[in-house]
Design a protein around this ligand. Sequence first.
Ligand SMILES: CC(C)(COP(=O)(O)OP(=O)(O)OC[C@H]1O[C@@H](n2cnc3c(N)ncnc32)[C@H](O)[C@@H]1OP(=O)(O)O)[C@@H](O)C(=O)NCCC(=O)NCCS
Length: 175
Amino acid sequence: MAVTIRHLEEFDDAESFDCGNEPLNNYLQRYAWTNQQKVSIGVTYVAIDEAASHTVLGYFTLATSSIPRDKLPKKYVRGLPPYDLPLILLARLAVDKRFSGRGLGHALISEAFKTILRVADDVGCRCVITDAYRDKAGWYARYGFIPVEGAAQDGPQKLFLDIRTIRAALQHGKQ
Ligand SMILES: CC(C)(COP(=O)(O)OP(=O)(O)OC[C@H]1O[C@@H](n2cnc3c(N)ncnc32)[C@H](O)[C@@H]1OP(=O)(O)O)[C@@H](O)C(=O)NCCC(=O)NCCS
């Protein structure tokens, strides 16, 4: 299967998309295009099977945000000023369950990392944050994501990944 990852387009077909999580399906089907195109609060990238063009197999959404410096582990913020730190929010990431376990999640997060590094080079951002479902935190940990200190004990698990970790991994061809 030849997969392309690119920006969401207006006539991409997400109607049959099913990652097994209704809020994530619903976001892609109802809100992703508006949020990207009309109100500019998040950009969605989709994985498309080139043989079945416009059918979405998986997606992720990026936005900007910030976090108080003292929410991150001390070793990652040593020497930084006492400001809220700019970051990229990995707001959503999902793969259609019919295609799970085939490396699509890896391809999507790798693409997200490349985009995030470009932003960090052009604008400045310190880390990536995601609010992960607790049963998926192990999947993010494979990429080096670490729990944010003082985050809520229930509900989604707030995780972060330092920009330097991504840069080092990409330079060593690990992502
Ligand atoms: C999480 C998700 C994106 C992973 O996508 P995927 O395409 O199935 O993942 P990949 O094929 O790239 O990776 C599969 C690998 O991750 C491992 N893995 C899967 N879930 C895991 C978990 N919860 N913890 C640790 N490892 C996990 C698999 O064992 C497999 O390992 P292997 O490569 O050594 O065989 C996908 O399961 C999904 O969309 N889930 C529903 C939506 C969701 O929960 N999204 C995350 C929101 S926080």
